[in-house]
Design a protein around this ligand. Structure first.
Ligand code: SF4
Length: 316
């Protein structure tokens, strides 16, 4: 990995294997809707592109989310990164997503912002992403072949119309490719997630890896399909199996000659808080922490001394 990229991700626990021991991250779940249907996802749960399937996060308004970020930052000083990864697709909920980022950028400008998306609306919102100084974006890209895509996505909803099969997969792929290039032009770091689905895209992921590397992605995270029937996903109900750990490792190894592979991903919840592998989200739920501190008059701010609360309303 280039030195200048290493510097940029040095404090990002999701991207740097070293940083994940020392720096904490936080996800806020403000984005419920999604604009595609992946066959490994049940929309009763969080986005399976980013989280372990079967997890339900606490949905917040942008104001609640920004308030929670300030509370958490005051209690976990190593918190360096705030991400929006669901519970649906952040860019299918642009107003909620960008409002949250705006509030946080205003009150806690030192916190790095990142978002994860299926990529469908990425070209549309790239200017807003740039304006907000979001410097890391994750795209989930499972294939560069629409025929394979048709086996992974049930439908794609784009510009008020629902597309199925190869037609839908083509639109998604086109937008993902445009998004990748736009991120590169904007000098925004891009990681790619791919879900490995045996018999569908497992043999094809080396090609995906080559393409994303040529288009500027700096990190590739190949994640195993999790398809337990009790999660109620299409793949879970039709018996599609996930890869064994040796199959996963073998595909990661075949790609690793090409670029840095990510192997420490924990498939965090959309409301994860804390160090990777030490989730503290349950300490910071609305009912526990925010009940006595109703969403905010934004009485907290970051100053040279760190987080400063305005004593006037005692919001501490
Ligand atoms: S993009 Fe995420 S939320 Fe949308 S269907 Fe796929 S896994 Fe589910």
């Amino acid at each position: 990995m280039e030195e200048k990229i290493k510097e940029r991700i040095a404090k990002h626990p999701c991207y740097s294997e070293e940083a994940h021991h020392h720096y904490a991250r936080m996800h806020v779940a403000v984005a419920p809707a999604c604009n595609i249907q992946c066959n490994y996802c049940n929309r009763k749960y969080d986005c399976a592109n980013e989280s372990r399937p079967g997890v339900v996060s606490e949905l917040l308004t942008p104001e609640e989310a920004a308030h929670k970020v300030l509370v958490v930052a005051s209690k976990i000083p190593q918190m360096t990164v705030l991400g929006i990864a669901g519970p649906g697709d952040p860019l299918a909920n642009p107003e909620k997503t960008f409002r949250t980022f705006e509030l946080i950028a205003d009150k806690a400008p030192d916190i790095k912002l990142c978002l994860s998306t299926n990529g469908l609306m990425l070209p549309e919102y790239i200017d807003r992403i740039k304006q907000l100084n979001i410097d890391h974006v994750t795209i989930t890209l499972n294939t560069i072949d629409p025929e394979i895509g048709a086996q992974i996505y049930s439908w794609v909803h784009y510009k008020r119309k629902r597309y199925r099969g190869v037609e839908g997969a083509k639109i998604l792929l086109e937008k993902q490719m445009e998004g990748l290039q736009a991120l590169r032009e904007a000098d925004i770091l891009c990681k790619v997630n791919s879900v490995m689905i045996p018999g569908i895209n497992d043999q094809h992921l080396v090609e995906v890896n080559k393409m994303i590397r040529e288009n500027g992605a700096f990190l590739h995270n190949i994640m195993p399909l999790i398809s337990a029937p009790e999660h109620g996903t299409h793949f879970g109900l039709t018996g599609q199996r996930g890869p064994t750990s040796s199959e996963l490792k073998s595909v990661q190894d075949s790609c690793s000659g090409n670029m840095k592979m990510m192997r420490h991903c924990r498939q965090c919840r959309a409301d994860a808080v804390g160090l990777l592998g030490e989730d503290r989200s349950q300490e910071f739920t609305l009912s526990i922490n925010c009940q006595n501190h109703p969403p905010p008059k934004f009485s907290a701010s970051f100053g040279s001394q760190g987080l400063v609360y305005n004593p006037a309303n005692g919001n501490r």
